[in-house]
Design a protein around this ligand. Structure first.
Ligand code: PLP
Length: 369
């Protein structure tokens, strides 16, 4: 398809308006980049900030660390609020830090909603309330790369200024598209922001998007895929049902982990991720050895431990186009693999998950009767 031709405008306008619905009918602007999530991280920073601006970032795990490194490379002055990688961003610590900034030098607060390296979901609404309680005008930027369209997320209600997202997780697409959802406040900030930008510049993207076009060649094939994902998420299943399905699979997975006698990395039940679960292997065992055995024996690839969690955890993804039986297959592979790797576990995880899922299936059947 000619991306300057009339047919393309329908596709472009359709996916942009569908993405606004994914961001909970946002009144903000959405731009779509032909790039991985890292590009959308950079776009968020370079469009709204100036060299030497101070940004407050929460060290929730490996991906927050990469975003922080990028901000430093771009010439921003980063303050990195630590966590133990088993908890999300701490709203109290953010409020305290912002209260101690009477000169309002902090220009942005950046949080990863769902830390893909840890399976911990930060409380984005609580962080918003913390910023407001401190009476601080900083922009609020949130990475939803592994939460958008899997875990409830409210760009406008939580007054987020820039949301960063990617195609390859909840949107069920190959990698290669990424997104910024932009508030009027962030757009206003971009008019005086001085970090250099060209490819990532919002103004041309937004101006072209009004008519369904892009300033440069878009990833047309992925946009066809996105159109289909949006139909599946918004019209066929419905976002609330999608979120409930992810929660159900996450709960079933945690029950399996506990029945094996292992530990979920996330410590605070309010912060359990619905899109993935990181599992700690007992001391003396290597999580990557378990992953290797499972890959070789069952052709199933689990997420590796990243950064300081290397060899300590493996990660079970339960997001996207996924159903009860796919989860049961996944957990069966993990249970068999743990046994083959001689990790001391009780072979009761699959049964625990199965009982939970069949109880969940009985409940709607009872309601229907
Ligand atoms: N942020 C999070 C939470 C991620 O999970 C990822 C990748 O998995 C990224 C950022 C980086 O995105 P990408 O690898 O698509 O550039």
């Amino acid at each position: 398809m000619d991306h300057r031709g009339p047919e393309f405008a329908d596709l472009g306008k359709g996916v942009l308006s569908g993405m606004k619905r994914i961001f909970k009918s946002t009144k903000g602007e959405v731009v779509i980049y032909p790039a991985s999530g890292t590009g959308a991280w950079e776009a968020a920073l370079v469009n709204s900030l100036s060299p030497g601006d101070r940004v407050l970032m929460a060290e929730t795990g490996h991906f927050a660390t990469l975003w922080q490194k990028m901000a430093a490379k771009l010439g921003l002055e980063v303050e990195f609020l630590p966590t133990d990688w088993r908890h999300g961003a701490d709203p109290d610590a953010i409020e305290k830090r912002l209260r101690a900034d009477p000169g309002k030098r902090v220009k942005a607060v950046c949080v990863v909603h769902n830390e893909t390296s840890t399976g911990v979901t930060s409380r984005i609404g609580d962080v918003r309330r913390a910023i407001d309680a401190a009476g601080h005008p900083a922009l609020y930027m949130v990475d939803t790369i592994s939460s958008l369209a899997s875990i409830d997320y409210r760009h406008d209600e939580w007054d987020v200024d820039v949301t960063v997202a990617g195609s390859q997780k909840g949107l069920m697409l190959p990698p290669g598209l990424s997104f910024n959802c932009i508030s009027p406040k962030a757009l206003a900030a971009s008019r005086s922001a001085r970090l250099p930008r060209s490819y990532w510049a919002w103004d041309e993207m937004i101006a072209n998007g009004k008519t369904g076009y892009f300033p440069y060649t878009p990833a047309t094939n992925l946009l066809y895929g996105l159109r289909e994902s949006l139909t599946m998420l918004l019209d066929e299943e419905g976002l609330d049902a999608v979120f409930a399905r992810h929660q159900r699979h996450a709960e079933a997975t945690r029950r399996a982990v506990r029945a094996w006698g292992l530990e979920v990395l996330a410590l605070d039940p309010r912060e359990y991720s619905a899109s993935l679960t990181a599992v700690l292997v007992p001391a003396g065992h290597d999580a990557d050895h378990v992953r290797k055995i499972i890959l070789e024996a069952f052709d199933m690839s689990l997420g590796t431990g990243l950064g300081k969690l290397a060899s300590k955890v493996f990660r079970i993804g339960h997001l996207g186009d996924f159903n009860d039986l796919a989860l049961m297959g996944t957990l069966a592979g993990v249970e068999m693999g743990l046994t083959l790797a001689r990790v001391p576990v009780k072979r009761e995880g699959v049964r625990a998950a199965m009982e939970y899922l069949s109880d969940c299936a009985k409940a709607p059947a009872r309601r229907a009767a």
